[in-house]
Design a protein around this ligand. Structure first.
Ligand code: AKB
Length: 315
């Protein structure tokens, strides 16, 4: 039987889909969703839900004791664009929530943790193409600094205290079910919504800005795979590089035009351009493929087809 799971940040972009998938896999009652605010009706009605602030150690501990939780997925975080506006709030949320779950595991109150990192751990001096697992990092954003620090703490807690923490460096994530919030890669979701709503989109990145991206179903598959892997097969305890596809705004626009021929895009870059320019354009994920059999299923073509079909049906 699946040991009870707690998801912190269950109402966000990844948390929502992760909660739904874990509930369908392990049973709704085995997965406790929690967030600082209420989420969609279906998410809250379908299984246990707790209003919970991930920066409060005591609040998390109470829920863990109450439900006899053994695994925690910590999905609460402030993303890159918002973090540039509120650096201290981003640092407090991203770091304190992580320390809370790492310390709960160190004290043997939980057994296993998932914590998301990001391509934002890399910086302007990192090799841009096929960025290796281990390389120059030097992130230049508030969010990237918090994620790289988090990775170092995960590895430290694993080595010093035997904490079973597992992590992935997510690229930009694309989903029709939930909207992202406050990220630099958000354009790759907004563009599909706008293509259907108005047939036009103004992009906040330049047409040739190439970034690593992934369809949400692949991201959820990767998350559950790494959590289900034999701990002995995991050679990376900071965070695994995770690749799928890379494209530019102009390439995503071309793929949309195959279904909406009149779609128009123009470009007006803002402060997010500098963030995007500091990130890799593609990712080498050999370690994830070798250690736990990672392989993505969605390319840009399949992503566009699925996004447009489902968003049209929703409208
Ligand atoms: C962001 O754009 O901030 C995130 C990320 C790449 O981690 N989507």
């Amino acid at each position: 039987m699946q040991k009870p799971i707690l998801i912190l940040g269950a109402c966000g972009q990844i948390g929502t889909e992760l909660t739904l998938e874990l509930r369908s896999k392990y049973g709704a009652d085995s997965v406790v969703a929690s967030d600082i605010r209420e989420g969609s009706e279906s998410l809250m009605a379908q299984g246990p839900f707790e209003l919970l602030d991930a920066t409060s150690y005591e609040a998390i501990e109470d829920v863990i004791m109450h439900y006899e939780i053994e695994e925690v997925y910590l999905m609460a975080a402030m993303l890159s664009a918002t973090a540039e506006k509120f650096p201290m709030r981003a640092w407090n949320l991203n770091m304190n929530s992580l320390f809370n779950v790492l310390n709960l595991a160190k004290e043997d109150k939980i057994e296993k943790i998932f914590w998301p990192s990001s391509i934002a751990v890399f910086g302007p001096n990192t090799p841009k193409k096929n960025t290796p697992q281990s390389t120059i990092m030097e992130p230049s954003t508030v969010y990237g600094i918090s994620k790289l620090s988090g990775e170092r703490w995960c590895e430290y807690y694993h080595q010093k205290f035997g904490v079973d923490v597992r992590s992935l460096r997510y690229p930009g994530l694309i989903s029709w079910k939930t909207m992202p919030g406050g990220g630099t890669t958000d354009y790759a979701v907004e563009i599909y919504h706008q293509a259907i709503a108005s047939g036009t989109y103004q992009c906040f990145l330049t047409k040739e800005t190439q970034l690593p991206m992934m369809y949400m179903e692949d991201a959820i598959k990767a998350t559950i795979s790494v959590m289900e892997s034999d701990p002995k097969s995991l050679t990376v305890r900071s965070s695994y590089n995770l690749g799928s596809m890379s494209f530019t705004p102009s390439e995503i626009a071309d793929s949309i035009r195959k279904y909406i021929p009149g779609f128009e895009i123009d470009y007006l870059s803002d402060f997010r351009q500098q963030i995007a320019d500091s990130w890799p354009s593609s990712i080498d994920d050999q370690a994830a493929r070798k250690d736990w059999g990672w392989h993505p299923s969605f390319d840009l073509e399949a992503t566009t087809k699925t996004m447009l079909k489902n968003l049209k049906a929703k409208v």
